[in-house]
Design a protein around this ligand. Structure first.
Ligand code: GFB
Length: 317
C-alpha cells in the first residue's frame, strides 16, 4: 500500500549510515513524523529473535531496509564471507519479520554491483542474472540479489507490497572515510585533503583511473526512495541513478580542484580497477516521474563542506 499518511509509522533500518540517515532526513522534510529507529546496540539485526520481538512490539507500518554491511572495492575483496553472511542474515530477518507483522510496504535497497560484470551499458533492470558477476564484489552482490529476489517472491506468493531499488554508487554526508574500507569518493576527499594539509607532493590513487562510474548524491537517492514508497508497487526492482558516467581519472581532477590540492596524482596499478563500466539505465525511474537534482560538482562540494565540519577523529575510524 503506497505511503501517503504523514502519521504512518515508518521503521528505517540503518539510520546512522550514509543511506539511512539521508532517508530519515528526507522523510522528515516531507512531513513524515512517526519515524522509528534503533541503533546497532539497541537492536542487532543479525539476531533473529531480537528482530522478531522488535517488530511484534513496535508494529511498524512501513519499512526501509537500509541497514547493510557495505564497503569499497578493497573491503569487498578482503572480507567476502562477512559481506555475504551479514547482508543475507539481516535481510532474511527483517523481510520475514515484516511479512509476519503485516507491514504495508517495505523498500529493500540493492546495489548496482548486482548486475553482470560485462552487462550491456547502460544496464537495464532486465540485465539481472544474465551473466557472471564482477569478482571483487561477488559475495556482496549475491547477498543483495537474494534480498531483492526474496522481496519479489514474498510479493508473488503472499501479495506483500515489498519493493526493491538498485542505487548506483552513492556519496555524501555520513559516508565512510576509512581509507582501507571506503568507496572511491570519500577516499578521494580524504586523500586530497590530508595531502593539502600536510603539503605532500603527490596523492596515490588505486588502479589505472580508467574505469567509468556513475555517482549519485545521497540526498537525491533518498528522495527517490521515498518517491518509490509513495508511487511504486511493481514486482521488478528499479534502478536509481543519473544515467551519467565519469572516469575515475576525471573524478579525481574534480575532487582535487574542489579541495584545492596543488600536487600530483600517481596511480597504483597493483590495486584493482574493478568492473570497467557500471552505468545504470534510469529510464524506468524517469518514467515513474523522478529525476536527480544535485550535479556531481555540487554534490562533491557539499560532501567536502560536510567533511570539513566534522570532528577528525570521528571521520578516520
Ligand atoms: O568505489 P570503489 O571502491 O568501488 O572504487 P566499485 C571505484 C573505483 O575507484 C575503482 C578506484 O576502480 C578503484 O580502483 N579508486 C581509486 C579507489 N582510488 C581509490 C581509493 O583511494 N579508494 C577506493 N575505494 N577506490 C563497489 C563495490 O565497487 O561499488 C561495492 O565493491 C558496491 O560492492 C559499490 O557495490 C557501489 O565501484 O569498484
Amino acid at each position: 500500500m503506497d505511503l501517503t499518511d504523514k502519521q504512518s509509522k515508518i521503521y528505517v533500518a540503518g539510520h546512522r549510515g550514509l543511506v539511512g540517515s539521508a532517508i530519515v532526513r528526507n522523510l522528515k522534510e516531507k512531513g513524515y513524523s512517526n519515524i522509528v529507529v534503533r541503533t546497532h546496540k539497541e537492536l542487532d539485526l543479525e539476531d533473529q529473535a531480537a528482530v522478531f520481538r522488535f517488530f511484534e512490539e513496535e508494529k511498524p507500518e512501513y519499512v526501509v531496509l537500509a541497514a547493510a554491511h557495505v564497503g569499497g572495492i578493497n573491503a569487498n575483496q578482503t572480507y567476502p564471507a562477512d559481506f555475504i553472511y551479514i547482508n543475507s542474515i539481516i535481510q532474511c530477518n527483517v523481510i520475514k519479520a515484516a511479512h509476519d507483522n503485516h507491514v504495508k510496504k517495505l523498500l529493500f535497497l540493492g546495489s548496482s554491483c548486482i548486475y553482470p560484470r560485462l552487462a550491456p551499458q547502460p544496464m537495464t533492470e532486465d540485465a539481472l542474472l544474465t551473466d557472471s558477476l564482477e569478482t571483487t564484489n561477488e559475495a556482496y552482490a549475491i547477498a543483495k540479489i537474494s534480498g531483492l529476489e526474496m522481496c519479489k517472491f514474498f510479493k508473488r506468493q503472499y501479495g506483500d507490497d515489498f519493493i526493491s531499488c538498485m542505487p548506483t554508487n552513492l556519496y555524501g554526508p555520513n559516508d565512510n572515510f576509512n581509507l582501507e574500507t571506503s568507496h572511491v569518493l570519500p577516499a578521494l576527499i580524504r586523500k586530497f585533503d590530508d595531502a593539502k594539509k600536510t603539503g605532500a607532493a603527490f596523492v596515490e590513487l588505486w588502479g589505472t583511473g580508467s574505469p567509468l562510474r556513475e555517482f549519485l548524491y545521497v540526498d537525491d537517492m533518498a528522495d527517490a526512495c521515498v518517491y518509490l514508497l509513495e508511487h511504486y508497487s511493481g514486482e521488478q526492482h528499479v534502478n536509481i541513478g543519473t544515467g551519467k558516467e565519469i572516469s575515475i581519472r576525471d573524478l579525481a581532477e574534480i575532487v582535487k580542484e574542489t579541495v584545492g590540492f596543488q600536487g600530483e596524482i600517481r596511480w597504483n596499478s597493483d590495486m584493482p580497477d574493478g568492473t570497467p563500466r557500471k552505468l545504470l539505465d534510469v529510464s524506468k525511474l524517469n518514467s515513474i516521474g523522478w529525476k536527480e537534482k544535485v550535479s556531481l560538482r555540487e554534490g562533491i562540494r557539499l560532501s567536502y563542506e560536510w567533511y570539513l565540519s566534522q570532528d577528525e577523529k570521528d571521520l578516520k575510524k
